[in-house]
Design a protein around this ligand. Structure first.
Ligand code: SF4
Ligand code: MG
Length: 335
């Protein structure tokens, strides 16, 4: 079983007046056919930049992909031509974002936009494409789809628009769907419905999904495995079950403690991790979580932790590294 997408050592930097922002700094993960990977982290952790880098959608300047590979069907997307990328984007790899209005054209009927997409990607005739458009709208739960297919985007509610976006993204049978906070702007009930739709359709079409979210509830509800990001790096990777049962990185532990439980009143103040996420400008070679970490040791402030791999799990934290490695760092720094 080969991964459908393999991200290796991805680095995306931005030049700013304040200094170099290492928004994504050495991210690795594999995505296998049909599975759902959650990328979770606070805003500014680099999860959206990771997603945009995969599709080479980083504005340059000020951004620059400074290293790494994104292998899709054996090809490195980072060195692909614009022409090759156009064939892949919105076709083999589809994306949905938080605000569907950024991707829907407000001046065109839904039918026009959907039929165009379907014709472009599936080479169908106009009538056939229209029938298919109605079918996908029905699949994403748009009531009276046959009647409403000719509406304009503003005639739909936010939740309905997000369904249209999903219909659009899935109408070309992509191998990978990247969803960046697709439900953050919606209210809780609608959120749950939209996530169910993505989950069901991904299963039906055997689409692999990258779900980018700050919400561990979303991860618990739909992801097979998780990569936790902090300050541009993946600090922990595990299956969803293992991550919740036995989080290892102190940051992950904090995140999981801060997930609202069903038996808690929503109004009750949630546990939250003390301190601010670090600025990723000119970060020193140290664990960026150290200022917020109750377990921080000397070595944590001297060098970024090595990644420990054990039983298919990965964690970048000095608590799990072997003593010899820690001693080596301290010795070097001490000298
Ligand atoms: Fe905390 Fe040190 Fe682990 Fe960083 S490396 S999370 S500071 S214990
Ligand atoms: Mg984001």
């Amino acid at each position: 079983n080969e991964p459908i997408l393999s991200v290796k050592g991805l680095k995306t930097y931005f030049k700013t007046d304040e200094g170099l922002v290492k928004a994504v700094d050495g991210v690795d993960f594999d995505l296998y056919p049909g599975e759902t990977l959650g990328i979770v982290g606070e805003s500014g952790s680099g999860k959206s930049v990771t997603n945009l880098s995969i599709m080479k959608l980083i504005p340059s300047p000020p951004g620059k992909i400074a290293g790494g590979q994104v292998l899709f069907e054996g090809k490195d997307l980072l060195t692909a031509t614009d022409e090759e990328l156009r064939k892949i984007r919105g076709n083999k790899i589809s994306m949905i974002f938080q605000d569907p209005m950024t991707s829907l054209n407000p001046f065109l009927r839904i039918s026009t936009q959907l039929v165009e997409t379907i014709r472009l990607h599936q080479g169908l005739g106009k009538e056939e494409a229209r029938e298919k458009a109605i079918k996908v709208l029905e699949m994403v739960g748009i009531p009276a789809a046959r009647k409403r297919v000719d509406s304009y985007p503003h005639q739909f509610s936010g939740g309905m628009r997000q369904r249209v976006m999903i219909a659009m993204a899935l109408s070309c049978n992509p191998q990978i769907l990247i969803a960046d906070e697709p439900t953050t702007a919606l209210d809780v009930t609608i959120q749950a419905q939209i996530l169910e739709i993505i989950k069901d359709l991904a299963k039906e079409f055997h689409t692999a999904v990258i779900m980018i979210t700050h919400d561990l509830g979303v991860v618990a509800g739909m992801c097979d495995k998780v990569a936790v990001m902090y300050a541009g790096k993946v600090v922990e990777k595990a299956s969803t079950q293992e991550l919740f049962d036995n989080p290892q990185h102190p940051y992950t532990k904090g995140l999981i403690k801060s997930v609202p439980r069903l038996d808690q009143e929503m109004k009750e103040k949630l546990y939250s991790i003390e301190g601010q996420p670090p600025s990723v400008i000119d970060l020193p070679d140290a664990c960026p979580f150290a200022p917020r970490c109750e377990f921080a040791m000397d070595v944590c402030r001297k060098k970024y932790p090595t990644t420990t791999v054990r039983n298919g799990r990965e964690v970048a934290c000095w608590l799990y590294a072997d003593e010899a490695q820690k001693a080596e760092v301290l010795e070097k720094e001490g000298a």
